[in-house]
Every structure is written in structure tokens, then in C-alpha cells.
Design a protein around this ligand. Structure first.
Ligand code: UD1
Length: 346
């Protein structure tokens, strides 16, 4: 029962990963200051797995408090680092806040990893590092382009920091480049809970369908794609979560090729915004109120993954398709609404 420290364990991908780790025999502790999350996923995780994990309400920017977590848990066998800010638009407005949070947090964590000799580290990266790619699908060796936003820059710098760190320290790392994680756990005990107005497409779709938002604005239909809207590689959050368990097992089995291996986590299918809307309408039976609007600054035209490496090396298999992604996202949105109505009526 190796003990894994998950940072951002109350967040969207973090909470789903904790469930997958527990189901695969790991013991988990979490560090999450709930600055961009709520503590509720701890209960959701318990309802799914029967285990109550300990969450340390610690800001990774605070080195002493971060170090105290390691002191209290000298048996940490691996770290999976999710905790970061991730809103592209906000990062343009508040660049220093993004660099400070995403990079200081990582550096403090790595100082502890070094001091306490933690052998394995998995980093949440993003397909954003490829920028607007010249060729799709992108492989792990596709060029890393200049970041389109401070958020993207923090992911690129995070990758660089880890690659330098792993070349020197006794820690083996993996960089996981996520494409577009969507959907919710099929039990609906955990899912995506954007704080404030959602920015990402699928929460915008489900919140519109439930009546919280008036409409979905499709950001542009004049791109050089099959229907004019942008192409992305949507992937179910549980498939992403399981890849983290496989990544840790891969490191623990010493199967890594370098001290800092990289894997794309996408399905390999490019889906347009309009196709995503249609897929949602089909599984939900809800006619969505949407309109075509102007392009959003900083959006890439089209990107999807070549995921051969993750399938071959990690033994990763994708279990959920686009309908499953939309079905679980919709079930989760309905569950949130039911819970909110219950609170109101009490
Ligand atoms: C972006 C980042 C990704 C990051 C993620 C986290 C890039 C290229 N990607 O993903 O790295 O992890 O944010 O937030 O920087 N759309 C609409 N209407 C909406 C919302 C979205 O049409 O109301 C469209 C967008 O134009 C895009 C697609 O839907 O084509 C997906 O958008 P979104 O869910 O925001 O994700 P990305 O921008 O792809």
C-alpha cells in the first residue's frame, strides 16, 4: 500500500485520480487549500471507495507548511501534482499571480521531494504546450511552441523545471499532457465544479441546459475546419485519472525510458465545438440554446493527440467515448441542481 501525495486532491482531475489510486491499492493523502475547489470531493471519494482521505489545507506557496506535510508523512512514495490555477483568460489579466502560484508551488514541492527523497513524481501538463500545431495529431516530440498565455507558459516552465530537476535529483518524473478532460465519475459522487462562471465548453453546455446560463456562444465558425468551429480532443476524466495510476506503476516498475518521460493523454479523436453540442443534445434529449459568436483570443484552431506512446508504454486503454463523456457530465449537472434545490427547501 504505497502512500501517494496528491496535490489539488479536491480538484476535478485530482479527485477522480484519488478514486482510481485507491481502487488500485494505493494509500492517498491530499494537499489542497481549497482556493479553487471545495472540500466536498473528500466525501464524494469516501462514498465511492469507502475510504476517507486526509486533506491538508495547505497552500504550496507556504514552504514551511508544505514541508510539515512531508515531515508528518515520511513514507510518501510518490507525488502527483495537480494543484495549479488553470484559467487561460484570467492568466492574461493576472500573470504574476499565475507565475507565483503555479511555479512557487511546484518549486516548494520539489524542494521537499528532494529533501525527503521521494522517488517518483507525476506532473499535470497540458496540450497547451504545443500551441497552434503545424501538424495534427501531435506526438510527444511535436515542437513546443511559444505559449499563448501565462497559464500555458507556467505549464511549459513547469515541464522545464521538472526535466532539469529529474536530471540531477534521484527522482524519476513523468509529464502528462492532457487534452480536454470532461465528464464526471459514473457514480456522480464527484465531478467538475467550476468556481464562478465556467470557461470550459462542457460545463458551459451543461449549465446552459440546466438553465443556469442563458446560452452557449460558439467561439467562431470561420476556422479552417470541417464545420468552421475549433477542433479539440475531449477525453473522459476517469480515463485521464487511470493514466496517473498507470504512470506511477510504470515508474515503480522501472520501465521509464528517461528520467522525465512524457505522455499525451487524449483519445486521438478530433471533435468540433458544434459536434460536441450535437453529442450533448443526442444523449440528453435537450435542445441547447446556442449561437455563433466571435472567435476567442488565444484559441488554437485544431489539436488532437497521437496517444500511441501512452497506450504502448503505460498499457493505457480508453474506456469512455464522447457519448459517455456527455452523459456523465449531464448526470452530474442534474445532481448538483437537485442538491442545490434540497438546500433551498431546507
Ligand atoms: C484550454 C487550454 C488547456 C487548459 C484548459 C483549462 C489551450 C489551447 N488550451 O483548453 O490547456 O488545460 O483550457 O481551462 O490553451 N468554446 C466555445 N464556447 C465556450 C467555451 C469554449 O465555443 O463557451 C470552445 C473553445 O473555443 C474551444 C473549445 O470550446 O474551441 C474548448 O474550449 P475550453 O473547454 O475552454 O478548452 P480549451 O480552450 O481547449
Amino acid at each position: 500500500m504505497a502512500k501517494i501525495l496528491v496535490t489539488g486532491g479536491c480538484g476535478y482531475i485530482g479527485s477522480h485520480t484519488i478514486v482510481d489510486l485507491i481502487e488500485n491499492g494505493f494509500t492517498v493523502i491530499s494537499v489542497d487549500d481549497n482556493s479553487r475547489s471545495t472540500p466536498y470531493p473528500v466525501s464524494g471519494i469516501e462514498q465511492i471507495t469507502g475510504r476517507r482521505i486526509k486533506n491538508y489545507n495547505v497552500d504550496l506557496k507556504n514552504f514551511d507548511e508544505t514541508r510539515a506535510v512531508f515531515q508528518e508523512n515520511p513514507d510518501i512514495a510518490g507525488v502527483i501534482h495537480f494543484a495549479a490555477y488553470k484559467a487561460v483568460g484570467e492568466s492574461v489579466i493576472e500573470p504574476l499571480m499565475y507565475y507565483e502560484n503555479n511555479l512557487f508551488g511546484l518549486i516548494n514541492l520539489l524542494k521537499c521531494v528532494q529533501e525527503f527523497s521521494v522517488p517518483y513524481f507525476v506532473f499535470s501538463s497540458s496540450c497547451t504546450v504545443y500551441g497552434n500545431p503545424d501538424d495534427i495529431p501531435v506526438t510527444e516530440s511535436s515542437p513546443v511552441k511559444k505559449a499563448e498565455s501565462p497559464y500555458g507558459a507556467t505549464k511549459q516552465m513547469g515541464e522545464e523545471i521538472l526535466s532539469n530537476f529529474s536530471a540531477r535529483a534521484n527522482t524519476k518524473s513523468i509529464l502528462l499532457r492532457y487534452f480536454n478532460p470532461v465528464g464526471a465519475h459514473p457514480t456522480c459522487f464527484i465531478g467538475e465544479q467550476p468556481v464562478g462562471k465556467p470557461q470550459n465548453l462542457v460545463p458551459v453546455i451543461t449549465q446552459t441546459a440546466i438553465g443556469k446560463l442563458q446560452k452557449v456562444t460558439v467561439f467562431g465558425n470561420d476556422y479552417p475546419t470541417r464545420d468552421g468551429s475549433c477542433v479539440r480532443d475531449y477525453i473522459h476524466v476517469c480515463d485521464i485519472a487511470h493514466a496517473h495510476t498507470l504512470a506511477l506503476q510504470y515508474l515503480m516498475d522501472q520501465r521509464n525510458k528517461t528520467n522525465c518521460d512524457i505522455f499525451n493523454l487524449g483519445t486521438g479523436n478530433g471533435v468540433t465545438v458544434l459536434e460536441a453540442i450535437q453529442a450533448f443534445e443526442k444523449v440528453s434529449g435537450v435542445k441547447l440554446n446556442y449561437e455563433i459568436g466571435p472567435r476567442r483570443a488565444g484559441d488554437v484552431v485544431a489539436i488532437y493527440a497521437n496517444n500511441d506512446l501512452a497506450r504502448k508504454e503505460l498499457g493505457w486503454e480508453i474506456k469512455y467515448d464522447l457519448s459517455d463523456m456527455m452523459r456523465t457530465a449531464w448526470a452530474w449537472e442534474k445532481k448538483i441542481k437537485a442538491a442545490e434545490e434540497k438546500v433551498k427547501s431546507n
